[in-house]
Design a protein around this ligand. Structure first.
Ligand SMILES: [Zn+2]
Ligand SMILES: [Zn+2]
Length: 237
């Protein structure tokens, strides 16, 4: 297995239900040999997350710490099946990296077709770089259409380790993520593994995902976590 150099999707205490400070997160990333760490707090619709002023003040954070490049971002909420987001463009423009995802308690869904159309609008939004946990089962989605749209827009569909934690009982997530991986392989579309760490120890922990990658015989060169250079080039960051 190749060395993981990048984890783009993590949360600090600023998200309200995570447990490490930003500096603890960066130190842990450095200890694990990462070159790039994304800090992506939940968007404002998740109860208890940071206020909008957090995103306005992010310029105070050094983008290089302990030898790790820091991407200050947000995990923006997709609010409905028309692809509306809970951060305006003014805020999206302040982010180093923008992840967008569906969270059940602040999302209004519809039919599979409608959900897919809404998600494709988000994928096509040039300000959005990564879709978090599309396979977690919250929304019924047509994964093949998403994979094709993601390829065209250079947006990454994340394979999320946190969704597969047994405690979260998202039993459909395993099959969904296997299907996403198979489709990415078939259409030659890169993906990104996301730890969705809510404590420093979880950074770059993809333990739940390695069996899926093996089952699909997923090509290493379609996994962005091994090559920050390709990641930045692909996303135009
Ligand atoms: Zn969270
Ligand atoms: Zn997250």
């Amino acid at each position: 297995m190749k060395q993981i150099l990048l984890d783009a999707h993590t949360h600090t205490i600023a998200s309200g239900h995570a447990y490490s400070s930003l500096q603890e997160m960066v130190q842990a990333a450095a200890d694990k040999g990462l070159q790039v760490l994304g800090i992506t707090e939940h968007g404002p619709s998740v109860t208890g997350t940071c206020p909008l002023t957090y995103y306005r003040n992010m310029f105070v954070v050094p983008r290089q710490m302990y030898g790790v490049r820091i991407l200050m971002g947000c995990e923006v909420n997709i609010l409905d099946n028309e692809g509306h987001l809970d951060l305006t463009d003014e805020y999206l423009d302040r982010l180093d990296i923008a992840i967008a995802g569906i969270h059940g308690n602040c999302w209004k869904g519809g039919t599979k077709d409608e959900n897919t159309a809404g998600m494709i609008r988000v994928i096509q939004n040039p300000k959005i770089h990564i879709i978090s946990h599309p396979g977690d089962g919250t929304a019924e989605l047509d994964f093949e259409r998403l994979v094709i749209a993601a390829k065209e827009s250079h947006t990454l569909l994340e394979i999320n380790n946190h969704s597969l934690a047994p405690q979260r009982k998202k039993t459909i997530a395993r099959d969904n993520n296997l299907e996403l991986l198979r489709l990415c392989k078939q259409h030659n579309v890169p993906t990104i593994l996301g730890s969705d760490a809510h404590i420093s120890f979880q950074i770059a922990d993809y333990t739940n995902l390695y069996p899926l990658l093996a089952e699909v015989d997923f090509p290493d060169d379609l996994i962005m976590n091994y090559s920050p250079t390709r990641f930045f080039e692909y996303l135009g960051i």
